[in-house]
Design a protein around this ligand. Structure first.
Ligand SMILES: [Fe+2]
Length: 327
């Protein structure tokens, strides 16, 4: 009898790990025993001020010396995408002059293989299929930095709901860029029972004016429409960036209710954060955290949870796989 590929049941993810801050949370992440860990961006903080990218190099060098971070990288299969602070520019997009060199540093730090497709194309988006037919988890990591058009700055900096950016319906602006959009359409046509779409910045969230897909509402609708058009089942969004954690669900303009779990940060947190959450499920959580995805293939359920530094569940939602399908 042929050896069977085992279905995956335990994944974890996180974002916003400052290499200059103690990172005690890795003990809880390792104790959870994830089969795969997803680094959702701001995996180090290395905003650059000069073309030699000294700060980003130093950030990666320091991260290599961190015990928990390194143990996770040694012991647990993992995938990574960047956000602005490991891209090298706060809230940065396509305009960042040193993005090619920042990408090289990323490929080196994350030991990306010489024949990996990311080396032969622009940006760092990637996907992988885990598990046997009938119990497949597709992980899609989107690059929301390399191609992204400039965002529309706010008219009232810091005001609730318009903290930094305002929605911009300019049809020429892009979140993913043409090549990544085309690639994504192909990925969504691949058969899979569960698809974890990792976007460093939040996708479905409403109610704040920090970076989010809602800054480019036409691009966000394009994403929802693409899920409908490709009849991609099983989509759940994972995001980070915000220094808070929460669960969200969008039910309008989508082929089926789309749930998002945001986990941020592994170290950086914003304990007093308050914001409107018209499509948030419950309150935000404002202390260090990581996210987990537990799949029960026999019950047909996916448990999403935000966990604290002790590994305790602070926020959770359970989804039924048979409800994550376009009608
Ligand atoms: Fe960020």
């Amino acid at each position: 009898m042929q050896a069977q590929e085992r279905p995956l049941a335990r994944l974890a993810f996180g974002s916003c790990a400052d290499q200059d801050t103690p990172q005690p949370i890795w003990d809880a992440v390792l104790a959870y025993k994830p089969e795969v860990f997803l680094f959702a961006g701001d995996n180090v903080y290395g905003d650059v001020t000069s073309p030699d990218l000294m700060e980003l190099r130093a950030a990666y060098a320091k991260a290599r010396t961190l015990e928990g971070f390194s143990r996770l990288r040694r012991q647990v299969r993992h995938l990574a995408i960047w956000d602005d602070h490991d891209y090298g520019l706060n809230d940065g997009g396509a305009e960042f002059a040193h993005k090619q060199r920042a990408k090289e540093l990323f490929l080196e730090f994350w030991n990306v293989a010489p024949d990996d497709p990311r080396r032969a194309r622009e940006g760092l988006y990637m996907s992988t299929m885990l598990g046997p037919p009938g119990q497949r988890i597709q992980v899609i990591l989107l690059d929301t930095r390399y191609f992204r058009s400039p965002l529309k700055p706010t008219d009232r900096r810091g005001a609730a709901g318009r903290e930094r950016y305002l929605p911009d319906a300019d049809p020429t602006k892009t979140m993913l860029g043409a090549a990544q959009w085309q690639w994504l359409a192909g990925q969504l046509r691949e058969p899979a029972e569960l698809r974890l779409i990792v976007s460093s910045i939040q996708v479905v969230v409403e109610g704040h004016g920090w970076e989010r897909w809602g800054n480019l509402p036409l691009e966000r609708q394009r994403l929802y429409d693409l899920i409908a058009e490709t009849r991609a089942a099983g989509v759940v969004f994972l995001s980070g960036d915000r220094h808070l954690a929460a669960l969200y669900r969008e039910s309008t303009g989508v082929p089926y209710p789309l749930t998002e779990i945001t986990s941020s940060g592994l170290t950086r947190y914003y304990a007093t954060s308050r914001e409107a959450g018209p499509n948030r499920l419950g309150a935000v959580y404002g202390l260090p955290n990581f996210g987990t995805i537990d799949v029960d293939w026999w019950e047909g359920t996916v448990g999403l949870a935000v966990r604290d530094e002790a590994g305790h569940v602070r926020r959770q939602a359970t989804l039924r796989l048979d409800e994550l399908k376009p009608r």
